[in-house]
Design a protein around this ligand. Structure first.
Ligand code: UDP
Length: 238
């Protein structure tokens, strides 16, 4: 594969990506597929950081709608992301990819605490850094975490892995006539209230000029195309 146009990227996976065909939890086959694709990126000598969601296990907002205190529910959601991070770490190390999990909530027995400079050092030495426990604060999402960490580590782009091949005018599963955007500005994404990322995440990327590429992770050709600089999915920029 030709060299990449990127030197350092951040990929965001939702927890859903880890559950495969299951209705809940982690499917080892799904984590292995993700790990294999990440390995291809590593082999291109691209520095890669990963932010992982927790929606396959626990979502704070959903639990708070059912009566749970929101902060407690969000703390549980953040812990769910740590489980996912460990599952992905296992699958990566199984195929020989060096990794570090850094967590925003300290749990030193199982992962490093999040330390920006150390994370950058790991990336420079070719390790995949998996950021777990979101931002460490309730009322945020892992999309906002991706925007925050990408800003902190100077990532050149956020690649948001989804089940559809970009951002559509409406949910293409519900409205078959929905059209896909090839490109969008952050302003348009915010004004149109497109649900693919929350407004905090979009705003942070807009302020720090970090492009977001929303792509279909189920298509093995997506990632190589993006890394070679070809149009793929939806590109959101300033
Ligand atoms: N969460 C949080 N603060 C953060 C990131 C996540 O409180 O900075 C909680 C929140 O409850 C969220 C859950 O962790 O619902 C899982 O994250 P998210 O919903 O973003 O996961 P995804 O949808 O990407 O699987």
């Amino acid at each position: 594969m030709p060299k990449s146009v990127y030197k350092r990227i951040l990929i965001k996976f939702s927890g859903e990506a880890l559950k495969g065909d299951r209705s809940f939890g982690v499917d080892p086959a799904a984590t292995s597929t993700i790990a294999a694709q990440i390995k291809e990126v590593v082999e291109l000598e691209i520095q890669i950081a990963v932010v992982i969601g927790g929606g396959n296990i626990f979502r704070g907002m959903a639990a708070s709608r059912q009566g749970m205190d929101r902060v407690t529910a969000d703390n549980m959601g953040m812990l769910a992301t740590v489980m996912n991070a460990l599952a992905l770490q296992h699958s990566l190390e199984e195929i020989g990819v060096a990794t570090r999990v850094q967590t925003a909530i300290e749990m030193r027995q199982i992962a490093e605490p999040y330390i920006r400079r150390r994370a950058i050092r790991h990336l420079e030495t070719g390790r995949v850094v998996i950021f777990a426990a979101g931002t460490g604060s309730p009322y945020f999402t892992t999309d906002s975490t991706a925007a925050l960490r990408a800003s902190e580590i100077d990532a050149e782009a956020i690649l948001k892995a989804t089940k559809v091949d970009g951002i559509y005018t409406a949910d293409p599963k519900v409205e078959p006539d929905a059209k896909r955007y090839d490109t969008l500005t952050f302003q348009e994404a915010l004004e149109k209230r497109l649900k693919v990322m929350d407004s905090t995440a979009f705003s942070l990327c807009m302020d720090n000029s970090i492009p977001i590429i929303v792509f279909d992770f189920g298509n093995p050709e997506s990632l190589p195309r993006i890394l070679q600089g070809h149009p793929c999915g939806t590109l959101v920029t300033n």
